[in-house]
Design a protein around this ligand. Structure first.
Ligand code: GLU
Length: 509
């Protein structure tokens, strides 16, 4: 490692989908590394064997890549046992168990840690007794003082033991770049377990606080940036660094993300995982931009749109706020609309195709003409959506609709009940029947003018019934743009009825 080089890590547990909170943690780490030309490391914390699953690891790597957050060191592919990319591997904790055993033995040998033979039942009884006396439920430290003789006998008898760290008297302190200096009294920590119950022959499972510290130290992590749910773990980790004589890194604990009701953000509030936002048709640049603003703001106090390269320039941990961030779906939608507006229609069409499964052929089987037409469809409807997943509902009428259902919608029924509506639709039907060519925007415009002249009906009385007859609804995209898309679609055999077919179906032949 070059001297003074910044090294940060994102250390997710693959026990579920990547949540926006963790994605923000990944982003802030990544931005901090990129800004300082440091190293961004991905470490998979899969020691919880019951809840960890390779499919989540795979998903999380896909999500990070989708967001544009590449890692300099870490596993390359999910599930592979190899050392990964980088000199500090392996980067998956389940492949590092021997390292944890070795370092625990070192602490035992140096008498910085001790074997605790207390059974779960004994500890539980002790905890209950303290609870009844309304005392803090901390371990008594009984096994810390076992005589050499008892210790030897227990080990020889193969009694299972956990390994606990000896906590000193001194307060445990660390520097937090978001919160300033933090201090915990030693009693608040008691003697934490480093390795769960096991024997000399079959060592137990090391616990999170221990493995995370060993890994951060051995991977030469300089800054630990993570969620503030880990603040209460940090003094234990500081005590472990101190026991080994390792330098304590700088910390930055990011505030919790809340919903609008100030409760912790959960599925109850809406989508919370990156995979879900992606499926809904949010653009990665919108999500990254939004996540960056969740607890951080631009120096000028107003700029809100940032691409990833702009974020690298602008981001500063010093401006990350310790107060909780409220997840604002409206703001995310606003940003997504912004990025949709500036995205190339061809890219949007490629992304949107999957939402039209069942309506359109497989993308690989589609002709160039259909692909080009679909770009126009997307261009037509994107101005009215928050995310691409909403396109299908907006564009569904292109593929036909049931005239009876459209008629019976109360807002349409009211429009159609007027005598003027019948007159207008009759006029339109006459023109449609007399016209054998595809209807162009110009022809359609001329018809509107003619009907207006012939009947004296204008404005919404003219347009609403016609729009309902063609689209099933009285609102939608401009006719100028819509008519050609319908007529072009009708020539492509993708199930789009022509203007003529629509009017005839609606009015009745
Ligand atoms: N694996 C931990 C988690 O997913 C992260 C721990 C850390 O960043 O120190 O919460």
């Amino acid at each position: 490692m070059e001297n003074g080089k910044i090294r940060v890590r994102f250390a997710p547990s693959p026990t579920g989908l990547l949540h926006v909170g963790n994605a923000r943690t990944a982003l802030y780490n990544w931005l901090f590394a990129r800004r300082s030309e440091g190293t961004f490391i991905l470490r998979i914390e899969d020691t919880d064997t019951e809840r960890s699953h390779p499919r989540y690891e795979k998903q999380l790597m896909e999500d990070l890549r989708w967001l544009g957050l590449d890692w300099d060191e870490g596993p390359i592919e999910p599930g592979t046992k190899g050392p990964g990319k980088g000199e500090f591997g392996p980067y998956r904790q389940s492949n590092r168990l021997q390292i944890y055993t070795k370092y625990a033995a070192k602490l035992l040998a140096e008498e910085k840690a001790y074997r605790c033979f207390c059974s779960i039942e004994e500890l539980e009884a002790e905890r209950k007794a303290l609870l009844e006396k309304q005392l803090p439920q901390i371990y008594s430290g009984r096994c810390r003082h076992l005589s050499a003789k008892v210790l030897k006998r227990n080990v020889a008898a193969g009694l299972p033991f956990s390994i606990r760290l000896k906590i000193g008297e001194e307060p445990l302190r660390f520097q937090d770049m978001v919160r300033g200096p933090v201090e915990f009294q030693a009693e608040a920590v008691s003697d934490p377990i480093l390795v769960r119950s096991g024997t000399e022959m079959e060592p137990g499972m090391p616990v999170y606080n221990y493995v995370v510290t060993v890994d951060d130290a051995l991977m030469a992590i300089t800054h630990v940036i993570r969620g503030d749910d880990h603040i209460s773990n940090t003094p234990k980790q500081v005590a472990i660094y101190e026991a080994f004589g390792w330098p304590v890194p700088m910390f930055a604990h990011l505030s919790t993300i809340l919903g609008a009701d100030r409760e912790r953000l959960s599925k109850r509030h809406g989508a919370t995982s990156i995979a879900t936002f992606r499926e809904m048709g949010y653009l990665p640049e919108a999500l990254v931009n939004y996540l960056a603003l969740l607890g951080w703001g631009a120096e000028d106090g107003k700029t809100e749109t940032f691409t990833l390269p702009e974020l690298i320039q602008a981001f500063a941990l010093e401006r990350v706020t310790p107060s909780p961030a409220i997840f604002d779906f409206d703001k995310l939608n606003w940003l997504n609309r912004h990025y949709i507006k500036i995205a190339s229609p061809v890219r949007l069409a490629a992304l949107a195709w999957e939402y039209f499964g069942g309506l359109l052929p497989e993308k690989d089987d589609a002709s160039d003409a259909v692909l080009v037409w679909f770009v126009r469809v997307v261009e037509l409807f994107v101005p009215s959506v928050d995310h691409l997943g909403q396109l299908t509902a907006k564009a569904l009428f292109l593929f036909g609709f049931d005239p009876d259902v459209a008629r019976s919608k109360p807002e349409n029924a009211e429009v159609l009940a007027a005598d003027s509506a019948r007159t207008v639709l009759g006029e339109l039907a006459n023109r449609v029947r007399a016209h054998s060519q595809p209807v162009t925007a110009e022809v359609f415009k001329r018809w509107m003018e003619e009907i207006k002249q012939a009947t004296g009906i204008k404005g919404t009385e003219l347009y609403h019934p016609i729009r309902i007859a063609i689209t099933g609804s009285h609102s939608g995209p401009d006719f100028d743009k819509l008519i050609p898309v319908i007529e072009q679609g009708a020539t492509l055999r993708v199930g789009v009825p022509s203007i003529r077919e629509r009017v005839e179906r609606f009015v009745g032949v």
